[in-house]
Design a protein around this ligand. Structure first.
Ligand code: AMP
Length: 176
């Protein structure tokens, strides 16, 4: 994506100070999504580096990852697998805990969602500290997946999430 298109997309994302808590600047992508050409450009840019990567499954993380990941999966002609907050998936799961600013959280995936050796791409709306993405990659690897890469619409570079994903191929569309 060229610099001026990236600027347009950035301008389309609404920034909400002190939400959901004081001190957090929330990047609200709903204002990007409602404009068809911006949504399309964001999806194209998310998948661009992985078009020739023979991706078999795209993993999306609840909740905003469920907007971007299935759309990328459709475009790549891959399957979609949901990674969810605890207690939401109906069949047997594997889980992985990760650190939050205060305390820990957990993500779950169905045990039969990935076959060993499958090529997976992880997609989320935004990478901040990288904890969520790292836990998702760990789940995929535990199940024997080959993690082809991780792709994010927004990267908050100051939080250095990318460093937590050192060994993976990490791509982001819009860097702040
Ligand atoms: P992290 O695990 O710190 O990389 O956080 C990433 C997850 O939290 C993503 O699924 C985002 O949707 C959400 N998130 C974290 N920080 C923000 C933010 N400033 N604005 C919007 N979403 C955020």
């Amino acid at each position: 994506m060229d610099a001026s298109s990236a600027e347009d997309l950035k301008r389309s994302i609404r920034e909400i100070p002190d939400w959901p808590r004081k001190g957090i600047l929330f990047y609200d992508v709903t204002t990007l999504l409602k404009q068809g050409s911006y949504f399309q450009q964001a999806i194209d840019a998310l998948m661009e580096p992985y078009k020739q990567s023979r991706v078999e499954l795209v993993l999306g993380i609840e909740a905003r990852g469920f907007i971007f990941a299935p759309t990328v999966a459709y475009a790549l002609e891959a399957g979609f697998v949901p990674v969810r907050k605890p207690g939401k998936l109906p069949a047997a799961t594997f889980d992985e805990s990760y650190e939050l600013e205060y305390g820990t959280d957990r993500l779950e995936i169905h045990r039969d969602a990935i076959r060993p050796g499958q090529r997976v791409l992880i997609v989320d709306d935004l990478i901040a500290t990288g904890g969520t993405a790292r836990a998702t990659a760990a789940l995929a690897e535990k199940m024997g997946a080959e993690v082809v890469g991780l792709s994010f619409a927004v990267e908050l570079t100051a939080l250095k999430g990318r460093e937590k994903l050192g060994k993976y191929n990490v791509h982001s569309v819009l860097k702040y």
